[in-house]
Design a protein around this ligand. Structure first.
Ligand code: BGC
Length: 741
């Protein structure tokens, strides 16, 4: 730090002004006099999109970048529920970045999946902030373990793509804290990320790049964030206002005009030089910490990375249906592989995360390599939506001659990308039509899905198997066949709820209906928090996924400590194959008199078990697991009382449960006033004594004597007793006595 202070004091105002904006698209500014080199930043989050080096960052398109391994999208890796795997994802990305002289990787994306229509859901982990925060933490730790920085994005409440530069997310404080900021908070506190990227949108009317409450009060003062805040690309409207609010680096840079603007603001006294220095200090800190040293000489094995992403994808895929054990395939199975996506798979998202991949093997290629006994038929044209009779007829004829039909279906990239939102969650009509037709001629149809976020499945009851592979990265074909063949036993579980229909989603009525504002009317009730509480049966619940083996849960023990609760239980593999089970721990708050979801995920653990093996595991729940955000006190609080702990295989499949009583918060007797309800007052242990002393016992006894109407008669404020014959002076005396005045 001392060194940085020295550097700053040697810099001219012009040099400092130049530093707070990037050098074109991908670099921080160099400062010749201080021998400060530029630092390169590159997307992220699912592989490197380092654009080929013409002079610093002159490429503006989203096209060709250096060859790099394409990783599974976060929508898929989240389904692993595997902290260790996410650390490895980050570490391998860090190795790739470092070897390519990249100092900051622009990821991970940790926004919450609020609407299934949001165009960028594939880039994000989950609808749940705890899962997002935990996996994001490991990703960040992994990348930074290779001395490459991250940019955790997009801060914050960036949940739609249409009008993303101007739209205002309108959110109440509690929802903001518990749902939309919680993952960022967890990552900042647990992983110390090098930087945060602020998003394009406004939050409650204030542009995020100029949002002091967000960038300074919450991020730095409350969470003690030590890194740098950069803008999303083009998110800054007023650079001076942004710096004052807490933005350190505008991206991309606007060159000399930007420098002149900042310099002029300092000279005119509209920007305090000390505030500029603060941003410069954070930029110097980032550059000095993450400047790659001799990195090009690093050993960087693309084949090894490819093998890793194949494993990461296979470990994350979710088996949604497997009737009569149609999967895994057996070597004897005669197969029809059908669907354009089997030869032109969709395996990565569109937009800034699009990687120029190293070596993609299509599912057809992978089936060939795995020596599967199969025929391929196109079945439908990916570029079209209307059924093609010719292609369908050929597929149906072929389907009649085989044991099992594997249909590859999914969204084409034109339907799902960064930069715009979807308008429905249905597969193209030709794909749904083909699947329905195939089920009429084959009794063993397996659907393999390639999509960035949820889809409807009108044919679900008629197919025997469904494997969700999301956007699996360049290992798509191999990983899919690893799972279909049973080489890998599936262990992924859904990180988002699949609704039966779009209209079931809590944001359905309001999402994307207004160009200026997006009102988060559903509040806390996002994803399973809504479906479970409202008792809407989903197509597939949050946390759901099948295995080729089976598991049992036993021996729940819950121990309440001074500031944490330990949950212990046993999981047993009761089937014939080795497998992994993700156990989820949900907490149901039965205590607080507030609006609340029926239950919330507060822990998870993934356990590997051989056939017949059982393991005892235990996890801790901290105070935060029982807290809610009180907007009146602007703090998280834990209320004393009962909480139910559920150990579950999905959000709607509890296996073990226990109710505990927490007394963690010193009791403060609420003030008794005329507004206090009689029913609440009567809960006080000294209520009878106080009534006696204030000579109100008789009035109250007359109200509570009638057992039939006691609920109605006590559901009134104390001041209303005046109309029931209580003297006002006696009521005043009661308040004084009760409050010890
Ligand atoms: C995206 C960011 C990305 C940046 C640089 C923006 O449009 O929102 O996620 O990191 O471009 O490509």
């Amino acid at each position: 730090m001392q060194a940085i202070h020295n550097v700053i004091s040697d810099l001219s105002l012009t040099e400092k002004a130049s530093l707070v904006a990037g050098d074109k698209l991908w670099y921080t500014q160099a400062v010749k006099s201080a021998a400060l080199p530029p630092l390169m930043m590159t997307d992220g989050p699912s592989g490197l999109r380092k654009q080929a080096d013409s002079p610093a960052g002159e490429n503006t398109g989203l096209g060709k970048a250096v060859t790099a391994v394409s990783y599974p999208a976060s929508a898929l890796t989240a389904c692993s529920f595997d902290r260790q795997l996410l650390f490895e994802v980050g570490k391998n990305l860090g190795i790739a970045a470092h070897a390519n002289d990249v100092g900051v990787l622009l990821g991970p994306g940790v926004n919450i999946k609020r609407s299934p229509l949001a165009g960028r859901n594939f880039e994000y982990f989950s609808e749940d902030p705890y899962l997002t925060g935990e996996l994001g933490t490991q990703y960040v730790k992994g990348v930074q373990s290779e001395n490459v920085g991250v940019a955790v994005k997009h801060f914050a409440a960036n949940n739609r793509e249409d009008q993303r530069f101007t739209n205002s997310s309108e959110i109440d404080p509690r929802t903001l804290r518990e749902i939309y900021l919680a993952a960022f908070e967890r990552i900042v506190k647990q992983a110390n990320p090098a930087s945060i990227m602020c998003s394009y949108n406004k939050l409650n009317g204030v542009l995020n790049s100029q949002n002091k409450a967000l960038l300074t009060t919450i991020l730095r003062e409350e969470w003690n964030f030590q890194g740098l805040v950069m803008s999303d690309w083009g998110a800054v409207a007023d650079h001076v206002a942004a710096i004052k609010a807490g933005l350190d680096l505008e991206m991309p840079g606007r060159g000399a005009a930007s420098t002149a603007e900042i310099e002029a603001a300092v000279k005119a006294g509209t920007l305090d030089e000390a505030i500029l220095d603060r941003a410069v200090q954070r930029i110097l800190n980032l550059v000095m910490t993450y400047l790659p040293a001799n990195s090009s000489a690093d050993f960087y094995d693309l084949n090894q990375q490819h093998e890793f992403v194949r494993r990461a994808a296979a470990e994350s895929m979710v088996l949604l249906k497997n009737d009569e054990a149609v999967l895994p395939l057996t070597p004897k199975d005669k197969l029809l592989i059908v669907g354009d996506l089997a030869q032109k798979p969709r395996y990565q998202g569109g937009g800034s995360s699009h990687v120029s991949e190293y070596q993609m093997a299509t599912p057809v290629m992978a089936a060939r390599r795995a020596n599967a006994h199969f025929e391929f038929q196109q079945g439908y044209a990916l570029a079209q939506t209307e059924p093609d009779d010719g292609l369908e007829t050929k597929a149906l004829e072929a389907a009649k001659k085989v044991d099992k039909v594997i249909v590859f279906a999914g969204y084409p990239e034109v339907k799902e990308s960064e930069g715009f939102d979807k308008t429905d969650i249905d597969l193209p009509a030709n794909q749904n039509h083909l699947i329905a037709q195939l089920t009429a001629v084959s009794a063993q149809v397996i659907v393999v899905l390639q999509n960035g976020s949820v889809v409807t499945m009108p044919w679900l009851d008629k197919v025997q198997g469904v494997l969700e592979t999301y956007l699996a990265g360049e290992g798509v074909g191999e990983a899919t066949f690893d799972v279909l063949s049973g080489k890998v036993n599936p262990s992924g579980k859904l990180a988002e709820t699949f609704p039966v229909q779009l209209a079931d989603n809590p944001t359905y009525l309001g999402f994307n209906k207004n160009p200026q504002t997006e009102v988060y009317r559903e509040g806390l009730f996002v994803g399973y928090r809504y479906y479970d509480t409202k008792q809407i049966t989903p197509l597939f619940p949050f946390g759901f996924g099948l295995s080729y083996t089976s598991f049992e849960y036993h021996n729940l023990a819950v121990q309440v400590g001074d500031d944490h609760v330990t949950v212990s239980f046993t999981i047993k593999n009761t089937g014939l194959r080795a497998g992994k089970e993700v156990a989820q721990i949900y907490v149901a708050n039965h205590t607080s008199a507030i609006e609340k979801p029926q239950q919330e995920l507060k822990q998870f653990i993934k356990v590997t078990l051989d056939p017949g093996q059982q393991k005892a595991v235990s996890v801790d729940l901290d105070r935060r697991a029982f807290s809610w955000y009180n907007a009146d006190t602007a703090a998280f609080q834990v209320d004393n009382g009962s909480y139910e702990i559920k150990v579950a295989a999905s959000s709607i499949d509890p296996k073990l449960q226990k109710t505990i009583d927490l007394q963690w918060t010193p009791v403060q007797q609420p003030l008794v006033t005329g507004e206090t309800y009689l029913s609440d007052f009567l809960l006080r242990s000294d209520s009878q004594e106080l009534l006696q002393q204030s000579k109100l016992k008789q009035v109250v006894e007359s109200l509570t004597a009638d057992k039939t109407n006691v609920a109605m008669l006590t559901n009134m404020p104390l001041r209303a007793l005046a109309s029931m014959g209580a003297q006002k002076q006696r009521l005043q005396r009661l308040y004084k006595l009760a409050n010890n005045e």
